[in-house]
Write a protein that binds this ligand. Structure first.
Ligand code: ADP
Ligand code: MG
Length: 242
């Protein structure tokens, strides 16, 4: 059983179909990277996968949940599926520790002592133990994004989704965030991520999926895909992007 199974998924906004029949599986502990030009449907697909957008056709299963519209089912799904975006959206009036403890305490009704221990653990994972009592505006963008990842990890997700989490960062801060993601991947986390970082996709993702005009245009083992693109569209994308 794959941890993520996307079958014949279609999604339209008004009259415009932006996902035109997507089929994709991610096995447990595997990392799949979605690449492609702006507007090719990567973010929409990721949002469909955790139920932020309603699909028009097909089916999605993730972490043992079928993605639907039922509110309580969606809450259950989101306890098992973490998502991190380009904008980290930490609460500015809460400390790093409080930001991380919030969701487990509210959503999972975790006791205060336990949520603190978990927060300390996940903060250590992203290399920011000393920032527990700091406030978001005292951190660099890269550090804030690492806190956002830690906040997701505090929910003990089975699958992590990442949408261009380094795109808003200065180049010198990108590496520290990618390093955290790589460590997560090596630790066996199932991950589906959208990235512009071709080197990262090639090195860390088992599979890379090239999306083009709402379809999976080409997909395969990452190294093969980058070394030997089979379609002119991917060849051009790789040339222009690297
Ligand atoms: P990518 O992440 O690959 O850049 P997106 O999934 O964001 O692509 O967008 C795919 C297409 O869907 C684009 O043409 C975009 O304008 C359109 N789109 C995305 N979200 C919406 C929305 N909420 N309403 C209408 N159109 C949208
Ligand atoms: Mg996008």
């Amino acid at each position: 059983m794959p941890e993520v199974a996307i079958r014949d998924v279609r999604k339209s906004f008004g009259a415009v179909e932006v996902l035109k029949g997507i089929n994709l599986e991610v096995g447990r502990g595997e990392v799949t990277a979605l690449i492609g030009r702006s507007g090719s449907g990567k973010s929409t697909l990721l949002r469909c996968v955790n139920g932020l957008e309603k699909i028009n056709a097909g089916s999605i299963e993730i972490a043992g949940h079928t993605v639907g519209t039922d509110k309580s089912a969606l809450r259950a799904l989101r306890r098992d599926v973490g998502i991190v975006f380009q904008s980290y959206n930490l609460f500015p009036h809460l400390s790093v520790g409080q930001n991380i403890m919030l969701a487990p305490r509210i959503v999972k009704d975790v006791a205060k002592g336990e949520s603190r221990a978990t927060a300390e653990e996940v903060l250590a994972l992203v290399g920011l133990s000393e920032k527990f009592d700091a406030y978001p505006d005292e951190l660099s963008g890269g550090q804030q994004q690492r806190v956002a990842i830690a906040r997701s990890l505090a929910m003990r997700p089975k699958v992590m989704l990442f949408d261009e989490v380094t795109s808003a960062l200065d180049p010198e801060l990108t590496g520290e965030v990618l390093a955290v993601m790589e460590q997560l991947a090596r630790g066996g986390m199932t991950m589906l991520l959208v990235t512009h970082e071709m080197g990262f996709a090639r090195r860390v993702a088992n599979t890379t999926v090239f999306m083009h005009q709402g379809r999976i245009h080409e997909a395969g083992p990452s190294r093969e895909l980058f070394e030997n693109p089979k379609t002119p569209e991917l060849a051009q994308f790789v040339r222009s992007d690297v």
